[in-house]
Design a binder for this molecule. Structure first.
Ligand SMILES: [Zn+2]
Length: 380
């Protein structure tokens, strides 16, 4: 039985000392504090493979990913998505939640990829949006209570792992506005009810404070971005944040970008101080959070960018331990795979990442992967 030794082990919750992890048939068979190892990785920390709660494999991380999509056939997109999946896995991200594709391509990819070719993909299919609403070009337009119910049922029938709904507008789609709502509460409630009736979690894309409040009232399972954007800035609303903290919802904060000397788009640039204030306020209130990179949506967000996320949040005052939980055990909970992913425990999938040094002392250690295992197979 292959056994891997590491100087430190982060089991998804706590940092432990030296451990030997025994792997059998793709799963973790045992975790021992001593014993013989077939592979000694030396001065590394072994972690559960990282989980990115928000990616778009279909976007090419170019300057205009929407145009890149428009000109491509589904087969061409699938080829690109294969590369995106490979880059993601090489970075140590062994599970992704794909929150928006075209024609359910991420679901098709999930069924095609072998375990060594990419992360496990949990796919939403095209996000449900209003006619000409945010990301309408992905094909998920649905209006009215009956329309959104039918859209959720279609996703359940196709076998998606999650439903994604655009509660507010977004920056990527001209004619929509991040600081405004797209749906009424009746449609949101109908979508949540229909998703839950089919056993599916449902994620809300919500930037505006009013949209965040609606998503919370409607019973969404995760709220993506949760940035409290206004027309010109972002203003965290303490009353809504207190309600978030007291609820079961998990906020998926958007973090992780590669360093760039390109200025952000003006719509974002003027709002950055407010967005950072929102991130600090959510953390200060103890709102449970995971990290979604939104990989694919632009040059600063190439596929596999998630390991940059914890460092950004630590820079804002988040405790390193909380950010590590957010990309492992807490992420697994948000993605409904906490019974097999996000922890290093007997019986769990042997999705593992070894990084140089100690990520609690220096969270940028996540950017220095030494080894990556997917279902027990070494892929890096
Ligand atoms: Zn997104």
């Amino acid at each position: 039985m292959p056994a891997i030794r590491a100087r430190r082990l982060f089991d998804g919750r706590e940092l432990l000392g030296e451990r030997v992890v025994h792997v059998e048939d793709g799963r973790i068979a045992a975790v021992a504090d001593r014993g013989v190892a077939d592979l000694d990785l030396g001065d590394v920390t072994l972690l559960p493979g990282l989980i990115d709660c928000h990616v778009h494999l279909v976007f090419d991380a170019g300057v205009d990913p929407v145009a890149g999509l428009a000109g491509a056939t589904d087969e061409e997109l699938l080829d690109r998505m294969r590369d995106a999946a490979a880059a993601t896995l090489a970075a140590g991200v062994t599970t992704v939640r794909d929150l928006g594709d075209r024609n359910f391509l991420a679901l098709r990819l999930a069924r095609k990829l072998s375990v060594t070719e990419g992360p496990e993909i949990l796919a939403a299919g095209p996000p449900i949006t209003t006619t000409k609403g945010h990301c309408w070009f992905l094909g998920g337009e649905a209006d009215g209570v009956d329309g959104v119910r039918a859209a959720v049922r279609e996703r359940a029938r196709r076998g998606t792992h999650v439903v994604k709904m655009m509660v507010t507008g977004g920056e990527m789609t001209p004619g929509t506005h991040s600081h405004l709502r797209q749906y009424g509460l009746a449609e949101l409630r109908a979508a949540v009810e229909e998703a839950h009736a089919h056993g599916l979690p449902i994620a809300a894309h919500a930037h505006a404070g009013a949209g965040i409040a609606d998503a919370l009232a409607a019973g969404f399972d995760t709220i993506e971005h949760c940035s409290f954007l206004t027309e010109d800035s972002a203003e965290p609303d303490p009353a809504i944040i207190a309600r978030l903290a007291a609820s079961d919802v998990i906020v998926s904060v958007t973090a992780g970008m590669v360093p760039s000397d390109q200025p952000p788009p003006p719509g974002i640039a003027r709002r950055i101080p407010g967005i950072l204030q929102s991130l600090r306020a959510l953390y200060a209130a103890g709102v449970p959070f995971v990290i979604g990179s939104d990989a694919g949506i632009g040059p600063i967000k190439p596929h596999g960018v998630l390991p940059h996320g914890p460092a950004m949040l630590v820079g804002l005052g988040y405790a390193p331990l909380d950010t590590l939980r957010a990309v492992t055990s807490q992420a697994a909970r948000a993605c409904r795979v906490a019974d097999r992913k996000g922890s290093i425990m007997a019986g769990f999938d042997a999705d593992l990442l070894a990084v140089e040094g100690d990520p609690l002392a220096d969270v940028t250690a996540l950017l220095r992967p030494v080894a990556v295992f997917r279902m027990g197979r070494r892929v890096r």
